[in-house]
Design a protein around this ligand. Structure first.
Ligand SMILES: [Zn+2]
Length: 254
């Protein structure tokens, strides 16, 4: 018997686990995929490794404990998406530089993989979703590596990477260069942005959860949305279709 396609054929009672590094990864990244699964009846849990303390506060963000602010934003955004939240209580590694004590990137991949596998087993997950990390943030890449390392212990569980396809990222770069000429955007290589289109295995129509996604994005007030300033057409292209790479299909669940 062929395995059910758990990504496309979501059924009530399915259990999804998304593992992300920072508050906003779930909303700026894979939010529509998660909201759609929840809309179709899946129980979705976002495990967020850190509170995003090293994030860049948006203009007008009040001073204070950024981690507490961002945890609150995460919980509000999760409610908008219709998903549950758990935190691993690690520290945001930041994009570069020395690692703070307790940083996500300081946890060996094998240890983080064991935590992912244990969480997936506790939640009886059918599907695990991570970001593909092609933006280069070391925390995103670390979570992705750990999810791959967990595969042998994720018996029968499907693993997908959420990504942004190169064809959309080229349009994004063109608009950014127009919007902010003379900035670092000029130095970016269009061919290296996002995920190669040929590697995308699944394109999901997520237009039915656009309102939920927009509401979740808006909860992350302390952060600058990556979709701010884009043309209406490109914003819609980013937010109404999600792109995934199937690392491993579900073995079978009937
Ligand atoms: Zn992140």
């Amino acid at each position: 018997m062929a395995a059910r396609d758990v990504l496309r054929d979501v059924r009530p009672g399915d259990r999804w686990l998304a593992v992300v590094a920072h508050p906003d990864d779930e909303s700026f990244g894979c939010g529509s995929t998660l909201a759609r699964a929840a809309q179709l009846g899946a129980a979705v849990t976002v495990v967020c490794a850190t509170r995003g303390e090293a994030g860049e506060p948006a203009e007008g963000c009040p001073d204070g404990d950024l981690g507490a602010v961002r945890e609150d934003e995460l919980r509000r955004a999760a409610a908008r998406l219709g998903v549950d939240v758990e935190l691993l209580d690690l520290r945001d590694s930041g994009f570069a530089g020395d690692l703070p004590p307790g940083a996500l990137c300081g946890v060996p991949v094998a240890d983080l993989a064991a935590q992912i596998a244990a969480t997936a087993a506790r939640l009886a997950a059918d599907v695990v979703v991570v970001l593909d990390g092609s933006d280069g943030h070391r925390d995103h890449l670390h979570v992705r590596a750990a999810a791959h390392a967990a595969l042998p212990d994720l018996d029968g569980v499907a693993l997908y990477e959420h990504c942004l396809p190169n064809r959309l990222m080229r349009r994004w770069l063109a608009e950014m260069r127009e919007l902010r000429p003379g900035t670092a955007y000029l130095a970016l290589d269009p061919a290296a942005l996002g995920r190669r289109d040929a590697e995308v295995t699944d394109v999901l129509d997520v237009a039915s959860v656009l309102d939920r996604r927009e509401a979740a994005i808006a909860e992350h007030r302390s952060q600058t949305s990556p979709f701010d300033g884009l043309s209406a057409g490109l914003r819609r292209a980013f937010l109404t279709e999600d792109h995934l790479v199937r690392v491993r299909a579900a073995r079978d669940s009937g």
